[in-house]
Design a protein around this ligand. Structure first.
Ligand code: GLU
Length: 427
């Protein structure tokens, strides 16, 4: 094998140190083997790297929260969901009995009280079992396989679910939902008892990082703006009350669960998961946090790491003459987004007024986002208005619709070669 990634994953796991305790407030979780350890990375094309106890299944617990929040947003819409549950970090422990004093809503969907209210938003008219089935099927779509429940953990947690029961009654008392609170806690607890392994979690995380499309099944599970909302809330509220430490040291939208799982979803790049049952005092997997610190540092995965600068977008800009006459040629490269399109707009200003024919070459452009497409088209429209003739060279169809907004179109050319304008090798 040429790729160093599997060895790297093993090395990271080996070098994590353990000193926490497994969760005991759910009796069945106290029986977990504390030495289990596994990790997986899922890439945007569905390729998975995994190391350690990768076949070991454990309950998803709080890692279910962002996914059920996604299902609720998708099914009920933003307005309804935001009306019931806020998006502010609470700074309090995961099972705190608090509502936002101003709005009387749970502060966010990542603490228990908010997650219980979120569960109630899915299929509000359905029975407890139908609602749970919608949640189970939705989480399965994120994972790309049918997920089941660990009945022993479910029964064990229900036996001691007094705290969550009281949270559900609290939300019910402010009309956070209208169903029977006991039904909602039972459904929510089943949701937490869904069994996964690290690969499942990595695929689920990548589905969020992949704008809502499962990288393996290619199913669109939720819309892009839903995935973005969920990642935002994971960024600010995902790691219990260690969210600030996590953001500064790791910088990956994440969610942890008391069974020892942690997921991280880096938009457009990777879905990662670690499983190790011993927890630190705030409830995050000790070795999981260490592994993510390594991932972030070693692989440059911090969300706020500066991306490559946009100034290299102009590959060449110069006068060229062919059998077809004199041209001003601008060759672009790399991704086009706001900052690189802005640079292109300034380049258009530099075109001498007597250079009547312009060729803009996108052959080496890797992607064009919506704002840069609109800026580019507006720039071309203005050039044409000023009396220039404009050729758009776009062999990869980076811009499928070339309408300049006023019913006019730039001229098409298959390549600079066909216009006789290609630079020779080395020039
Ligand atoms: N089922 C657990 C609870 O509600 C989930 C807690 C967690 O993973 O943080 O207490």
């Amino acid at each position: 094998m040429h790729t160093p990634i599997p060895d790297y994953l093993h090395e990271v796991l080996e070098n994590t140190r353990d000193d926490g305790e497994v969760a005991t407030y759910i009796p069945e979780l106290a029986r977990a083997n504390p030495d289990l350890l596994a990790s997986a990375l899922c890439m945007s094309d569905g390729k998975i790297y995994a190391a350690g106890d990768i076949h070991e299944r454990f309950t998803i617990q709080s890692i279910s929260k962002p996914f059920v929040y996604a299902l609720a947003l998708q099914e009920r819409g933003f307005e309804t969901v935001l009306d019931k549950i806020g998006v502010e970090p609470s700074g309090e422990s995961f099972n705190s009995a608090s509502l936002d004093p101003r709005t009387q809503r749970p502060e966010n969907p990542m603490v228990n009280i908010g997650a219980i209210a979120t569960h109630a938003l899915v299929r509000p008219e359905a029975s407890r079992d139908e609602r749970f089935e919608a949640v189970r099927a939705g989480l399965s779509a994120f994972a790309g396989r049918e997920l089941d429940v660990d009945e022993a953990v479910y029964a064990s947690e229900m036996g001691t679910a007094f705290r969550n029961m009281s949270l559900a009654y609290l939300v019910r008392s402010v009309d956070g939902f209208t169903q029977d609170p006991a039904d909602i806690v039972e459904g929510y607890t089943r949701q937490c008892s869904i069994l996964v392994d690290v690969r499942d979690l990595a695929v689920m995380a990548m589905t969020l990082a992949n704008a809502g499309i499962n990288p393996i099944t290619q199913e669109r599970v939720v819309d892009e703006h839903v995935a973005q909302q969920v990642l935002s809330v994971m960024t600010t509220c995902g790691m219990y009350d260690a969210a600030g430490d996590w953001m500064t040291q790791v910088g990956i939208p994440a969610k942890s669960g008391v069974a020892g799982g942690i997921i991280g979803a880096l938009p457009g790049q990777v879905g990662a998961a670690v499983f190790s049952p011993r927890l630190d005092p705030v409830g995050n997997s000790v070795r999981g946090v260490q592994a993510f610190e390594r991932f972030s540092g070693d692989m440059g995965m911090h969300l706020l790491k500066s991306p490559p600068l946009s100034r290299d977008v102009i590959r060449h800009a110069n006068r060229r003459v062919s059998g077809q006459g004199e041209f001003h040629v601008i060759e672009l490269q790399g991704p086009l987004r706001f900052s690189s399109a802005e640079r292109v707009m300034r380049e258009l200003e530099q075109i001498p007024n007597d250079r009547k024919t312009i060729a803009l070459d996108l052959a080496r452009v890797s992607s064009v986002d919506d704002v840069s497409r609109r800026m580019l088209m507006e720039g071309l429209r203005r050039l044409i208005l000023e009396g220039h003739a404009v050729y758009l060279v776009d062999p990869r169809s980076s811009i499928p619709n070339r309408d300049l907004g006023d019913g006019t179109f730039p001229a098409d050319a298959a390549s600079l070669e066909t216009l006789g304008l290609a630079l020779t090798e080395g020039s």
